[in-house]
Design a protein around this ligand. Structure first.
Ligand code: NAG
Ligand code: NAG
Length: 247
């Protein structure tokens, strides 16, 4: 009896939902010969307008974007560090520009490259391990700043039909991060030993490419799932033909 009630409520909820993009979002037409150009500017513009989120679609605030946690267990190689990040705030995403856009709506596939002038990753961290021959450990605030960060996005979707409407659900979201430069700053390394901490931060920055390459895959995995969630907040609620206008 209880489950029947819940079902009825859920079905009512879905049937009642008639969601669309916020009015101030630019819309692109599927048949537009310049669909990719249209999306390239419309998506970057939408991202800027999502600074404070979209409450009606439960899209979270994007500036900064909050991520609960990332855990990294780096195995072999020159950087062996167990790292735990919590209360992550990502600053700068909404300043991204899109350099290319390729939509293949028949295959439910979207590919785009973005460039973010300055992306700051600020989080509470705990870490322990070794980098090259040096032991490293600490617990404090991390600032990992990526300058001119190129992100390659590959969104693989599938059609989901509900109440006669087709939604473009993203089932896989892949990202690749290619920063021009990475600046690292970990507060309170070595239980607050300032001399050791300063030396290690200098060392980390001198070797930032090596350090970042070891962490890159974990960042990419965690952030792609955040991007996927945000995209699906919109794509699972707004029918595909209201995002990519069909006429
Ligand atoms: C993080 O580091 C960058 C680059 O050094 C700096 O510009 C920025 O102000 C720092 N952010 C915080 C919150 O400390
Ligand atoms: C790290 O951040 C602290 C506090 O914001 C600052 O005093 C210090 O100069 C920074 N170090 C580096 C290497 O950027």
């Amino acid at each position: 009896m209880l489950s029947a009630c819940v079902c009825v409520l859920l079905v009512c909820g879905l049937a009642a939902a008639d969601n669309s993009l916020p009015d101030d979002f630019h819309r692109c037409r599927q048949k537009d010969a310049k669909l990719n150009d249209c999306l390239r500017s419309a998506v970057a513009d939408a991202l800027r307008k999502m600074r404070d989120g979209i409450p009606s679609l439960s899209v979270p605030r994007m500036e900064p974007l909050h991520v609960a946690s990332i855990n990294i267990d780096s195995g072999a190689g020159p950087v062996v560090i167990t790292q735990n990040y919590k209360n992550i705030k990502l600053h700068g995403l909404t300043e991204s520009k899109l350099t290319t856009y390729k939509a293949d709506l028949k295959q439910y596939r979207l590919r785009t490259d973005s460039i973010t002038p300055k992306m700051e990753f600020i989080a509470d961290y705990v870490m322990k391990g070794r980098i090259l021959v040096l032991p490293i450990q600490g617990k404090g605030v991390a600032n990992i700043t990526m300058i001119n960060l190129v992100v390659k996005h590959d969104l693989i979707g599938e059609p989901v039909v509900r109440d006669g409407q087709t939604y473009m659900h993203i089932r896989d979201y892949k990202v690749k991060f290619i920063p021009q430069r990475v600046l690292l700053n970990f507060s309170n390394l070595f239980n607050g030993d300032k001399r050791l901490g300063d030396q290690m931060n200098i060392f980390l920055n001198e070797n930032s490419e090596l350090v970042f390459n070891e962490l890159k895959e974990s960042y990419e995995k965690s952030l792609s799932s955040v991007f996927q969630d945000v995209t699906n907040k919109i794509f699972d609620k707004v029918p595909m033909n209201k995002i990519f206008i069909e006429e």
